[in-house]
Ligand binder design. Structure first.
Ligand code: SR1
Ligand code: MG
Length: 402
């Protein structure tokens, strides 16, 4: 029987044979090398390069459990979602997604463009590198991928079919648990708190009933608001960058959910970068991060507004005041989600290097408290966060108070 006729988890050797058999990307006489380079929580990522021509591809395969924990059982269908969404993103936001060469529903893998000339944004930010076009690129990406998939623009029957097509229960369950539930009660007993912040977090987060109530409301918004086809995991580890280019990868958590989930994730992860810079007293970097957070919010609003005027087709959405009402909801969700992402990455199972790499205990304690103090405000008074400057002032206040 053919080697790739039934699913199994490949190793580097298998991937070499796979690439030779399945794609015609490389020359006949190529000398291929393959290395597993994945450092994400879920999948296996192989880099295949031809030593002679230097041409390369990425092969990404889904296992049926998460890499981060064998206890997390997952459907391998997520690679189909990822491949389809990457293709869609490539069409909607030209230049901001890698090309997909092949999707294989037997091996649950896809072969895609290698972005080795780019760097993972989180890694670059950890080295205090700055990217002047990031805010422009990511705000464009969000508006161009999110708004066209809403009922504002899409045929409503077609959109309902898309909601069905992109149903993603297992990966949504991960977010429902890790983002919306565990940070507030540790009900799965897998939160990881550093000793010096344990008491503070138990009091300020687990012990804050108003905060828990607002998180519960946001959870039901996430589960029930099929607003747009969202990326679903738009953090700085899902962005590949150069000085002139921003590519968005890893949309395996995509489903029809609230627009604010993507925007809030971008903002929160820029806050982590800023707080990391602050811990190492990198003033220029912090200045750039502040400016970028403000620009992401303000440019998202500006581009949203422009896109709306040029593309919205739904008759009732053209009623005077509806655009302002809709945008206000999106911004409210954005702030709430930014707060949740800041909270869960400090308290929960899936952490971010921006914070965990801060070695000195006092500095780590302070960084965590800055994030969590800011997060509480974002969640509790989320309706107030309507401009980039409001974010900046509240963040500066949290830095000052800790
Ligand atoms: C079990 S997966 C943990 C986290 O990694 C992904 O990137 C998502 O952010 C998820 O919450
Ligand atoms: Mg990912």
């Amino acid at each position: 029987m053919a080697k790739f006729a039934t699913y199994f988890l490949m190793d580097s050797e298998d991937v070499l044979s796979y690439v030779k058999e399945k794609i015609s990307f490389f020359d006949e006489n190529s000398e291929l090398e393959c290395e597993e380079i994945g450092d994400g929580n879920l999948n296996y990522v192989y880099h295949v390069v031809d030593r002679l021509s230097n041409k390369s591809v990425i092969v990404k395969q889904a296992g049926d459990t998460a890499r981060i924990s064998e206890d997390i059982k997952l459907s391998t269908n997520r690679i189909k979602i990822e491949s389809n969404v990457l293709k869609m993103h490539g069409e909607l936001a030209k230049g901001h997604a890698p090309d997909v060469y092949l999707y294989d529903d037997v091996m649950n893998c896809c072969v895609m463009e290698d972005l080795s000339d780019h760097t993972i944004l989180r890694d670059a930010l950890l080295e205090f590198k700055t990217f002047p076009k990031l805010a422009d690129h990511i705000s464009t990406f969000m508006v161009q991928t999110l708004l066209p998939t809403t009922d504002l623009v899409m045929n409503h029957k077609e959109k309902k079919l898309q909601v069905k097509e992109y149903i993603n229960p297992e990966l949504c369950e991960i977010s429902e648990d890790l983002v919306y539930t565990e940070p507030f009660n540790d009900y799965n007993n897998r939160n990881e708190l550093i000793a010096s912040n344990k008491e503070w977090i138990e009091r300020e987060i687990y012990g804050d009933s108003e905060l828990r109530l607002e998180a519960a409301k946001l959870k039901f918004d996430f589960m029930n608001h099929a607003q747009a086809l969202i990326h679903g995991d738009l953090h700085t580890g899902s962005l590949f960058v150069t000085q002139n280019s921003t590519k968005v990868i890893d949309p395996e958590f995509a489903f029809y959910g609230p627009i604010g989930y993507d925007v809030g994730n971008v903002i929160a992860n820029l806050v982590f970068a800023l707080v990391h810079g602050d811990a190492y007293n990198k003033k220029d970097f912090v200045g750039w991060a502040e400016k970028t957070i403000v620009e992401v919010v303000d440019q998202f609003i500006e581009k949203f507004d422009r896109y709306w005027d040029e593309h919205v087709t739904e008759l009732m959405a053209k009623e005077s005041g509806f655009k302002e009402w809709y945008l206000e909801q999106v911004l409210c969700d954005t702030a709430g989600v930014a707060g949740l992402e800041l909270t869960r990455r400090i308290i929960g199972l899936a952490k971010v290097k921006d914070i965990t790499s801060i070695e000195e205990t006092d500095a780590r304690v302070r960084a965590e408290r800055i994030c969590l103090t800011f997060a509480k405000q974002l969640i509790k008074v989320r309706h107030a966060f309507k401009t980039g400057n409001v974010y900046l002032q509240a963040l500066k206040q949290s830095i000052q108070n800790n």
